[in-house]
Design a binder for this molecule. Structure first.
Ligand SMILES: Nc1ncnc2c1ncn2[C@@H]1O[C@H](COP(=O)(O)OP(=O)(O)O)[C@@H](O)[C@H]1O
Ligand SMILES: [Mg+2]
Length: 440
């Protein structure tokens, strides 16, 4: 459905208005100019009352000094004629076929904020953001992402604190260099000591044997001397003895050989270690405690880093979501629940940026509504005004605006409640071409 525009306007005796007729330009800006207090805002008030219903009824609609009641007649581009007239200013809505309608019919295509832009402009940053999110249809998903991010952030904060504490704790614990990784066992040291003592005893036995054999030999030699005189009788015994002696010599040689390179091992270090075993083990346990603490701190650090990744991803999702959404205006966004334009929050935008943002959002709220009322457009300088007019045209949006000015940028000038030098029946029109050329 083509959006609905205001095709023509006739006002008499409404508030400050005596008589105003106007054919607004179909798309783009229609600027109602004039000095202060001449009735510009009264024109917009009358339109809001006619189209928005009793909620927009001025407190004193009748023009002071007029005996004739207010009369409003608005023709809309969908063929409807909206009138308020008579003593009670009753609403009358007629369609092209002559059928009657009422406020409900008007409400189906008249966007409330298009009649009352200040209502949007005065809303909080969060309410504005909510309106935008509703339009682009990503509100729920964005809230989920924002909540997720917040949760992850808090989680990471807590983990980060623990990681810091644990790391600090680990670094403060003592550490000893050059010690075995596991505590030393006394039993093992004793076993090693006993093995060595056994080997040493064996060596001693071999040494004793050398001694003994040497003694035997000496005895034999002595005996031999004693037996010198009895050689003859004892020859057999001598032969035997000689044989024994030879054996013993050989054995002696062997025994000597095996005893020659014997080296006894020292148990001094083991004894020392045994004496120090408690001190050493205290240090080893301290090292183990420190390793454990460091490992724990490392674990928390890893969790922290993972959460950082999660937060980055959530932020990216959020950016993708907003980037993927079709915004009413380029560079509109929502950051931390607040509406932003070109990266600025509402209070950082210029007055004309605020107007443009509001208009763009209100435009999208109800695409059936093809017009918007803008009071006090003097906030825009001429070139901003021109850009705004061109943008409105590109949006197929009709804006009826007021501006304290009597310059060439005005479509009509209101003076003392009337359109100055009202040329009838050729109603004044917006000088569209002049706009585009930028000459007034
Ligand atoms: N019902 C009324 N009858 C006559 N004058 C009115 C009425 N209501 C307001 N005014 C006067 O109209 C003037 C404001 O009109 P307004 O349309 O706001 O002018 P503008 O927007 O051009 O400054 C004020 O001086 C106010 O006292
Ligand atoms: Mg005004």
């Amino acid at each position: 459905m083509e959006s609905v525009k205001i095709s023509s306007l006739e006002l008499e005796n409404v508030k400050r208005i005596k008589a105003v007729r106007l054919v607004p330009t179909e798309k783009g800006l229609t600027v109602i100019g004039g000095n202060n207090g001449q009735g510009k805002t009264s024109v917009l008030d009358a339109i809001a009352w006619a189209l928005g219903g009793d909620r927009y009824r001025p407190s004193t609609p009748n023009r002071e000094g007029s005996v004739v009641p207010p009369r409003i007649r608005i023709e809309l581009s969908n063929g409807l004629v909206v009138e308020r007239a008579g003593k009670n200013s009753a609403l009358k809505v007629t369609d092209p076929a002559g059928q009657r309608g009422g406020q409900q019919l008007l409400n189906s295509f008249v966007e409330e904020l298009a009649l009352n832009l200040p209502k949007f402009m005065e809303a909080s940053g969060r309410e504005k953001a909510d309106t935008l999110l509703k339009i682009i249809g990503v509100g729920d998903r964005l809230y989920t992402l924002d909540r997720e991010e917040k949760q992850l952030y808090n989680q990471r904060l807590a983990i980060g604190r623990i990681a810091d504490q644990k790391g600090k704790f680990a670094r403060e614990l003592p550490f000893y260099e050059g010690l075995p990784e596991a505590p030393v066992s006394a039993l093992e040291l004793i076993q090693r000591q006993q093995e060595i003592l056994l080997r040493n005893a064996d060596n001693q036995r071999k040494r004793d044997r050398v001694q003994q054999i040497a003694g035997d030999l000496a005895l034999g030699i002595q005996e031999m001397a004693q037996l010198e005189g009895q050689i003859k009788a004892l020859l057999e015994k001598k032969t035997q003895l000689q044989y024994n002696l030879d054996r013993l010599k050989e054995d002696l040689e062997d025994a000597r050989k095996s005893a020659r390179d014997l080296q006894d091992e020292s148990t001094a270090q083991l004894e020392e270690d045994l004496r120090n075993i408690e001190t050493i083990n205290i240090k080893i346990r301290a090292n183990l405690d420190r390793d454990k603490a460091e490992e724990e701190a490392q674990g928390y650090q890893e969790q922290y880093d993972k959460l950082t990744g999660d937060i980055e991803r959530t932020r990216q999702d959020r950016m993708d979501l907003l980037r993927g959404a079709r915004m009413p205006l380029p560079e509109l966004s929502v950051e931390e629940g607040e509406l932003t334009y070109k990266g600025k929050r509402w209070d950082g935008m210029s007055a004309s940026e605020q107007l443009r943002v509001s208009t763009a959002i209100v435009r999208e709220l109800n695409p059936k509504c093809g017009f918007v009322l803008l009071d006090k457009l003097e906030q825009m300088d001429i070139s901003t005004l021109r850009d705004f007019g061109i943008w409105l045209e590109s949006q197929n949006l009709q804006a009826i605006a007021t501006r304290v000015s009597t310059g060439g940028e005005c479509s009509v000038i209101i003076e003392d409640g009337s359109v100055e030098a009202e040329p009838l029946p050729d109603l004044p029109r917006m000088p569209l071409e002049k706009w585009k050329e930028g000459v007034f």
